[in-house]
Design a protein around this ligand. Structure first.
Ligand code: OGA
Ligand code: NI
Length: 200
């Protein structure tokens, strides 16, 4: 039998994942439609976007950043872009998230009750770079631990990512091919290369 705290944890996690899933799908749909134009416009097919995403392919990540009095990036998150369509992030009040804007790191200040939404690599590819996958990182706090919850809107590995409109600067790829290439590049170069590896 599961102890009540584990059951409560499971139930809350499910509830959060389900709410974030609805939000992520709605936002992705609205952002896609903004690029496609009206759904009934001639020559424009408004498929259910993004295709191939469901509760078995998306995931929730619970992050805990222990306090670190030494170097703030020791136990943080290294600079990266997310390899998904879109990320919904809930951070606590400690702060430490930074994003790259105009070649500078910008602190994303916690706002009570606010969620953060990041465009991921797949949306950048699908949108022909109209939407940008934002580079971000986390610096740890010297004295206070930090928690965040991130929901990643990902398709199944065999899903083609496609494009909102031809011509596209990227060669065709599935999510599985993208993940494999990212891992290969990290092994080979020590860094994620991401979308530039898929330019035509
Ligand atoms: C991530 C991420 C940011 C945060 O999990 O990919 O960027 O604030 N998290 O924890
Ligand atoms: Ni991230």
């Amino acid at each position: 039998m599961l102890c009540p705290r584990v059951v409560a944890y499971r139930d809350v996690t499910r509830e959060v994942a389900s709410a974030m899933s609805k939000l992520a799908s709605t936002l992705a749909g609205v952002l896609a439609e903004a690029l496609l134009g009206h759904k009934n416009a001639p020559g424009v097919e408004r498929e259910r976007f993004p295709e191939g995403c469901d509760e078995t392919t998306c995931f929730l990540r619970l992050n805990r950043y222990p306090p670190c009095p030494l170097l703030p990036d020791t136990f943080g998150l290294v600079p990266h872009t997310d390899s998904d369509f879109l990320t919904v992030l809930c951070q606590d009040q400690v702060g430490g998230l930074q994003l790259m804007k105009d070649s500078r790191w910008l602190a994303v200040k916690p706002i009570p009750g606010a969620l953060i939404v990041n465009i991921g690599d797949l949306f950048q590819a699908w949108s022909n770079n109209r939407y940008k996958s934002v580079e971000h990182k986390v610096m740890t706090n010297a004295t206070t631990e930090r928690y965040s919850v991130a929901y990643f809107l990902c398709p199944s590995y065999d899903s083609p990512i496609g494009t909102c409109r031809e011509p596209t600067p990227y060669m065709p790829f599935t999510f599985g091919e993208y993940r494999r290439k990212v891992q290969e590049d990290v092994k080979r170069t020590g860094k994620k290369v991401g979308l530039p590896s898929f330019l035509v």
